[in-house]
Design a protein around this ligand. Sequence first.
Ligand SMILES: Cc1cc2nc3c(=O)[nH]c(=O)nc-3n(C[C@H](O)[C@H](O)[C@H](O)COP(=O)(O)O)c2cc1C
Length: 383
Amino acid sequence: MRYVSSGESHGRALTAIITGVPAGVPVDSAAIDADLVRRQSGYGRGGRMAIESDRALILSGVRFGRTIGSPVTLSVANRDWDNWTDVMAPQGPATSSARVTAPRPGHADLAGVQKIGSEDCRDILERASARETVARVAAGAVARALLRELGVTITSFVVSIGDVSMDMPAEPSEIDSGAVESSEVRCPDPDASARMIAAIDKARTDGESLGGTFCVTTKGLVPGLGTYAEAAGRLDARLAAAVISIPAIKGVEIGDGFAAAGRPGSQVHDEIAFNEARGFYRRTNHAGGLEGGMTNGEPVWLRAAMKPIPTLMRPLASIDLDTHEPVDASRERSDVCAVPAAAVVAEAEVAMVLADAYLQKFGSDCVDDISAALAAYKARIGR
Ligand SMILES: Cc1cc2nc3c(=O)[nH]c(=O)nc-3n(C[C@H](O)[C@H](O)[C@H](O)COP(=O)(O)O)c2cc1C
């Protein structure tokens, strides 16, 4: 199961085509839209999110609420398109006054124009914009619908914004998702939430921006997804690549991650236990549910670090593409902090990787066959 996205930030729409979706997955457009709303929200978002009200239109692959085994196409209209029909016109002459010639540090702008031989950063920034993550979240909602059928759930929560952090819980997958969704910064700790909001307010006042870290957690995964046998099939590698592909994500830690490197082995590795009710299990989950490139049956959890938003209202220094003279970097309407939204995008990326791992192990044509194969596997390994 894979997706490809297309569309520009101020174009007509963002589109996701998802291939390899088995038949029989219940797809509810309201559930897709609910994830899109979660991506749009979060304290610290900019004016653009107030304009857009994202809704997915199902263009193919779903009939009477169930997938039919053909590629699923989802399209999300950009409401702002109406204001950009001149600047983003697919046909007709360019309006030269609309060029962006002051590339923004921290963005794809400068290397992008050099790469493709353009004189207008808009050719780059329209696609490099994180508005593209709308398509990722829509695609991820289809993966999530499949996983739900297989008993798997995925959630996320914000751990830190700027220098404000909550204490990491011992078992992140047990976090109360109600508390997460009722926090404006998607942080389950009310005291840390309040301090994060204050930090975002201060950043906004200062013309600054903030990054942070978040955790993605899962429940219900069987052991043995992924592989120890092939580098490209290792699930830890695939999850890290998927999450770091999100714009502005600069690091991914699986389980205790970097902290584990500073501890002795006896405090890092999760001892193996067994009882009749649970089968094999671990008393701790420092590994984040992954060993040897595979799930080990414990909840998979990972953390990611997002850099501060690069577009600043107090702009950084740049050089004009035409004159080569110093200028302020251009300013697109921008978020001050998008860590809560990035966590929702990461849920979608994790869902896509995990859904694909299930299909690789249990078949890929039809949900009933996949469920039967999964049940037989669970019976064999005693879970
Ligand atoms: C959900 C989300 C929203 C973002 N919003 C903005 C924004 O409003 N302004 C901005 O300059 N960057 C924003 N970014 C970050 C940029 O997209 C990103 O830093 C840029 O594309 C460069 O990619 P890189 O940071 O991976 O090198 C956002 C990222 C995400 C994930």
